[in-house]
Design a protein around this ligand. Structure first.
Ligand SMILES: Nc1ncnc2c1ncn2[C@@H]1O[C@H](COP(=O)(O)OP(=O)(O)OP(=O)(O)O)[C@@H](O)[C@H]1O
Length: 741
């Protein structure tokens, strides 16, 4: 008898049986292995993983060594000699330290940002802050190469035409809304305040102050002080770079290797150039700021590198490569920003809101671990406030109409004005008369007077209405030089980290994105309900057959409908885009729940084109959406996704919101945010608490401080050694990172 299996084999191979029932071949049938029963422990045991094996061996060696030391000490003592000092002399069953003690003064902690680099030794109380920019010799300056900022039509006759009808309407609406709000809050509002400002500014002429009468002259960088100013390898970094005169001879151009919290692919013509600049910047910072002039010494140092919560894997790999191969640090460890922030502030649980220069990240952290599905990365920050403040002032006839943030001295001036005058306190809004000094290289100082009114509050209020910011070029050049990371085993599946909170934000802007949510591996994952009970694991095919109402999972779209499933845990409504309201958990809508296993889920609606699309095209779609949303909605979304329907956790997280980052240094930032959140959840108003980090600590360095605490932890076993990197390459991060890599 020919078995069923061999019958199938015959049929598959197109072989037919002969009349007498005999096979046409005498080769024995190979019965396939029963997939259910075979077992392998390949790559499942610790001793098969190099980094874990090395760690185990190191621990064993140390135990042996400490036992030897103890014996020696006891022997010596028996002979009446003074015992050797042994730090970790412990009881028989006392835990052995997991790693060797590292001298904090031999650990360099690096936290790069879009605008500032913070760098220092783990033993330092505070880091050195260096603007994250370098100036190199170039044929044109950045002001000559790119259009002026804020973007405007210089030749247009009216202000509305100059700044665009849409933006102008939006700005005027914001002015009216603020006025109404201030009246509601019983604040004095004069009807002609704006006219006062506009008329005064129109008439103002600058006063010229000759150089010898200006005691606060800027110390411009002397490019000829370089050994060889004509060499293209001549470089300035940080403040020195920002103070290279725009009209220097030879000309220099400023380069910012990171923008919006990721590689600045837009400005660079080539990948190698960008990587080189990042390396040069860090190299010079280590030499000049930390005083480690000779690179041969660097081998004795370890490095803790701070990365974003929603990092690009390619970025992490590149940084690791630079640290090991170029700087030759003896070991490297990574920490995510929000985790470092909680270490720095000494919190065990917090919703960390980090408002930087060009990105704002929101992440909930619990017991020192990042809740992955709560991570949100929005592409706006303090820089947008600066630019919008200048734009609003220009609209209101700011007397220095030529201001262009591409020019170095103008950028520094705009930052100064924003830091001095912007506020989020309505109590301080009235017509004010201020002045400023314009100091440009090789020109006399100009003293301007100007009046301002609501611009000082409306610009930072853009955090709650980001469409007022200029978002037009923020995605430009993305993935131009560095492709997304792909799964090592399935080269078509992108595997950069995602989070359901971030996807919810993207879905607010482009609803079809919800349907494109993928897991890291690209495998469809199951979907949990907002409550703790789990539903049936999600399955592509059974999904269409699911009987509506049998689970809390969202019901599938009707056959052929092109309507995507609502995003998981989107807080608030579509009012962000003026569209129809999205379901709100609070309003009792039926939100599509987040995934159960801490990773992102996949929702695809059979019958739609998304059902057939590849993970790659879905990732491309996600990359094409700029993540921006009102800050309060984003925080609520992050917390909802962290809590996964657990109201107790929502309450806890709402009571421990911590704002950090330079962008949050605007006066009254935290109370304003608290009010906004209370408006979103009036039922929990008395539980909501927004705090800054420790009272004495600068919000801009909390993350660095936390990373330096992490560097000193004796139990930190996430160090990647030079040897491991050489053996395993970037795969080693997978075993050494304290988060899902
Ligand atoms: N006192 C202040 N008031 C208002 N804004 C401030 C103040 N000090 C700094 N800033 C703003 O903070 C921003 C820089 O913040 P920070 O150093 O945290 O950014 P970053 O880490 O470089 O950027 P990112 O997080 O976007 O990568 C700038 O926009 C700066 O104008």
């Amino acid at each position: 008898m020919v078995g069923k299996v061999s019958e199938r084999v015959l049929l598959r191979e197109g072989l037919e049986r002969t009349d007498n029932g005999m096979k046409q071949t005498s080769w024995p049938d190979v019965v396939p292995i029963n997939q259910k029963n075979y077992y392998t422990d390949y790559m499942k045991r610790d001793d098969q993983i190099l980094s874990l094996r090395l760690q185990g061996e190191a621990n064993r060696d140390r135990l042996v060594q400490s036992a030897k030391d103890r014996d020696r000490a006891l022997n010596n003592n028996a002979n009446g000699e003074i015992p050797l000092p042994i730090d970790d002399l412990q009881g028989e069953d006392g835990p052995a330290p997991a790693t060797t003690y590292l001298d904090p003064s031999k650990i360099i902690v690096i936290h790069p940002g879009s605008q500032n680099l913070r760098i220092g030794f783990a033993s330092d109380a505070l880091p050195k802050t260096v603007p994250m920019v370098l100036a190199t010799r170039y044929s044109q300056t950045e002001a000559e190469m790119y259009e002026a900022l804020p973007r405007r039509q210089f030749e247009a006759r009216t202000a509305d035409q100059q700044y665009g009808e849409e933006w102008s309407k939006k700005y005027q609406k914001m002015c009216l809304d603020l006025r109404t709000d201030m009246r509601t809050n019983k604040r004095k509002v004069l009807p002609n305040s704006k006219d006062l400002v506009i008329n005064f500014n129109r008439r103002t002429e600058p006063e010229v102050i000759s150089q010898h009468n200006d005691p606060l002259q800027v110390d411009w960088t002397d490019v000829n002080a370089l050994e060889n100013p004509d060499s293209i390898s001549s470089v300035f970094i940080g403040q020195q770079a920002q103070r290279v005169p725009d009209d220097s001879d030879p000309k220099f151009k400023l380069w910012w290797p990171l923008q919006h919290g990721q590689f600045n692919e837009d400005d660079y013509p080539a990948k190698a150039h960008m990587f080189n600049d990042l390396e040069t910047l860090l190299d010079r910072a280590i030499r000049w700021e930390l005083g480690l002039k000779r690179s041969t010494e660097w081998k004795q140092y370890a490095c803790v590198f701070v990365i974003p919560d929603l990092y690009d894997k390619k970025y992490v790999e590149q940084v690791l490569h630079q640290c090991v191969e170029w700087f030759e640090f003896n070991r490297v460890s990574f920490i995510q920003e929000s985790m470092a922030a909680t270490f720095g502030a000494g919190y065990t649980q917090a919703c960390v809101v980090d408002v930087g220069a060009q990105k704002t990240s929101i992440t909930c952290v619990e017991d020192g671990l990042v809740l992955e599905d709560s991570r949100i990365n929005l592409k706006f920050g303090g820089y947008d406030v600066t630019e919008t403040f200048v734009k609003m002032m220009l609209y209101d006839n700011f007397p220095y109409q030529e201001i262009n943030l591409r020019r170095r001295y103008d950028f520094l001036l705009a930052e100064e004005l924003k830091i001095k005058y912007c506020t989020l306190s309505q109590a301080n809004i009235s017509v004010q008369n201020y002045d400023f000094h314009l100091r440009a290289p090789n020109q006399p100082t100009h003293k301007y007077q100007f009046k301002c009114y609501d611009e000082v509050i409306l610009a930072p209020m853009g955090f709650y209405d980001p469409s007022i910011f200029d978002n037009s070029t923020k995605l430009r050049g993305r993935r131009k030089l560095v492709d997304r990371s792909y799964n090592a085993y399935d080269v078509d599946v992108p595997d950069d980290p995602a989070s359901s909170a971030q996807l919810a934000i993207l879905a607010l802007i482009q609803p079809s994105v919800t349907a494109t949510t993928m897991s890291f591996s690209g495998v469809p994952l199951d979907i949990a309900t907002p409550s703790k009970e789990k539903t049936q694991p999600f399955n592509f095919l059974s999904r269409a057959d699911a009987t509506p109402g049998t689970s809390n999972a969202p019901s599938p779209a009707p056959e052929g409908a092109n309507t995507p499933v609502p995003a998981p845990y989107i807080f608030g409504s579509r009012d962000v885009n003026g569209g129809s309201p999205a379901p709100s958990v609070r309003n009792g809508g039926t939100p599509a729940p987040p995934p159960a296993n801490g990773s992102s889920s996949m929702l695809a609606v059979p019958g739609t084109d998304l059902f057939q699309r590849s993970p790659k095209s879905l990732a491309i779609e996600r990359d094409s959406v700029l993540p921006t949303a009102p800050l309060d909605i984003a925080i609520m979304t992050s917390i909802q996704n962290a809590a996964k329907g657990d109201e107790k956790k929502v309450r806890e997280l709402l009571g421990s919101i911590m704002v950090i980052g330079g962008g949050a240094k605007i006066p009254h930032f935290a109370p304003f945010l608290e009010e906004k959140l209370k408006g979103r959840r009036p039922d929990l108003a008395e539980r909501i608490l927004v705090s800054r980090s420790a009272r004495e600590m600068d919000e801009q360095v909390v993350v660095w401080k936390g990373a330096s605490v992490f560097a000193k932890l004796p139990t930190n076993d996430s160090w990647i050694t030079n040897f491991e990197y050489k053996m395993l390459g970037s795969r080693v991060v997978y075993h050494k990172a304290l988060w899902q890599y």
